[in-house]
Design a binder for this molecule. Structure first.
Ligand code: GLA
Length: 361
């Protein structure tokens, strides 16, 4: 790295624990000069802790997670993890690509969810400490073999987490394949900007810069329609608290038990990073802005959390104790030719970026 950058760049590594398979998983700490600290494990690429100042400078950990590696190994809520090969649901665990039908591992009723039974969230990634313009960065790579969970092609995936001096946690995803396949990578962090385990997220104010979303059926599979949010509780074009309309008499909210839908951020260029969403927690003043190159963002209000998870520092995660903004392609895209394509062909480079920018006001 460049001389003089040492003050900006801090990375520490320690043993997290040994996996059930007997391999060492590590915790990498990325920190910057503002006191922001992110602990990331190469097991599932999960963001384990994220310390952020409030408007008075007081730090709190704003992501849900586990104290132990065993927590991540048995996790069913995808806390903090990298999701692959395919974020969200694929109906009937099946799709057809150029006439070839692929059958996936089904782990959500009849659907395949978040990559199948053993997704990228349950893999031990190869980690390398790198730096990007003097900022600490962690490179994670994983080679997913042909037919893993039913997906075709040897897929070489790379995810780089960078903590910038502007209090941004940037996630760069890239991948290549040796056979036609589909791919949809995201990160599944649950945030509570008041502090993890400190109550529900219903008082958080949310803005989503999107005029449309993809309505779902009772299995949370998109119907294929691209629907306007106008006049519905899914309209977050002006900031509204998560709780203000979550119990409204609305068919989409009823089907999902709250918010668990894909919004389509308004964008002009195809690849440019756009500000997809902003969240403000009035008590602490903490703000999260989400920028992404991806065509969709799943806003999930933690409806399936039910108090059965004992998280960090003994905190119990009740319903809606965290929210996710999973930047991604639309659910079930391989079965919807009208949706932006999730196909990846040999010779093509998959590239997506998401930036979580934090501040306080
Ligand atoms: C995503 C899905 C939700 C749920 C969670 C994990 O956000 O959209 O329906 O499956 O993951 O519990």
């Amino acid at each position: 790295h460049r001389p003089g950058s040492a003050t900006m760049r801090t990375m520490k590594k320690r043993l997290f624990a040994t996996t059930r398979e007997g391999e060492d998983a590590f915790l990498y700490t990325l920190s910057n000069q503002n006191g922001v600290q992110a602990d990331i494990t190469n097991y599932g690429g999960a963001i384990v802790n994220l310390l952020l100042p409030d408007r008075a400078g007081k730090l709190a950990d704003v992501v849900l997670g586990y104290d132990t590696l065993a927590g991540y190994e048995t996790d069913k809520a995808y806390l903090g993890a990298i999701i692959g090969r395919f974020a969200n649901r694929i109906a009937h665990g099946r799709f057809t690509l150029h006439g070839v039908t692929c059958t996936l591992s089904r782990n959500n009723g009849d659907n395949s969810l978040h990559g199948g039974a053993i997704g990228f969230n349950k893999r031990l990634w190869t980690a390398k400490e790198i730096s990007s313009n003097g900022a600490p960065a962690l490179e994670l790579t994983y080679l997913s073999p042909d037919a893993e969970e039913g997906y075709p092609g040897n897929l070489s995936a790379r995810v780089v987490y960078t903590l910038t001096p502007r209090n941004e946690l940037k996630i760069d995803y890239s991948a290549t394949t040796d056979k036609n396949t589909v791919l949809n990578l995201t990160n599944h962090s649950y945030f509570n900007l008041a502090g993890q385990g400190e109550g529900d997220i219903l008082g958080h104010g949310v803005t989503i810069h999107a005029r449309h979303f993809t309505p779902v059926n009772a299995n949370l599979i998109p119907t294929g329609e691209i629907r306007s949010v106008k006049g519905t509780p899914l309209d977050f074009s002006r900031m509204a608290t998560i709780g203000s309309r979550i119990s409204a008499d609305d068919q989409q909210l009823k089907l999902a038990g709250g918010y668990d839908h894909n919004w389509i951020p308004d964008r002009e260029g195809d690849r440019a990073l756009v500000l997809a969403a902003e969240v403000h927690e009035p008590g602490s003043g903490r703000v999260l802005e989400v920028f992404t190159s991806q065509p969709g963002v799943q806003f999930y209000s933690g409806n399936f959390l039910d108090g059965t998870i004992r998280g960090k520092q003994g905190k119990v995660y009740q319903r809606r104790y965290g929210f996710c903004l999973e930047t991604q392609h639309y659910a079930d895209s391989p079965n919807h030719p009208d949706f932006p394509s999730t196909e990846l062909q040999p010779g093509q480079h998959y590239r997506e970026t998401t930036v979580f920018r934090f501040s306080a006001r």
